[in-house]
Design a protein around this ligand. Structure first.
Ligand SMILES: [Zn+2]
Length: 137
């Protein structure tokens, strides 16, 4: 490789890193903004009501159980018996997190073997678009 070629590759990698950082930064900002402006969920009863409301807004034809746990974050799960649940950390539980995890259930994101690429460039932005803007992509 001649030195000029090396410079192009280095420059290309630099721009790729900048683009990647911008992409993940944008995802995180959109997700965080919708989280901050969303109503807090304090207990299991509130979570049950929000899950019911949001599942019916999505027109979901399958029951989804909401589980509040001690901690942060959330996850969508399909159990071995075919039932669905979303688990939401009470420390950071908000309606927007329920919308996000329900959208993963709605799109069956967990049913496919999710490569990291698919997770970060398809499943996650799609769930964030619904969580923040109600877009069903
Ligand atoms: Zn997600």
């Amino acid at each position: 490789m001649d030195p000029n070629e090396f410079e192009y590759v280095t420059e290309g990698m630099k721009w790729l890193a900048i683009a990647g950082g911008t992409y993940f930064g944008a995802l995180l900002s959109i997700s965080s903004m919708s989280h901050i402006f969303s109503k807090k969920i304090h207990n299991q009863n509130e979570l049950d009501n929000v899950v019911d409301e949001e599942a019916s807004k999505l027109g979901m034809d399958r029951p989804v159980k909401g589980i509040l746990y001690l901690g942060h974050g959330g996850i969508a799960v399909k159990n071995e018996d075919g039932t669905y649940q979303i688990e939401i950390g009470v420390e950071s539980a908000r309606r927007s997190d329920v919308r996000h995890e329900l959208y993963h259930v709605h799109r069956e994101d967990f049913d496919r073997p999710l490569s990291n690429f698919r997770y970060w460039f398809v499943a996650e932005p799609r769930a964030i678009a619904y969580q923040a803007f109600g877009l069903k992509l």
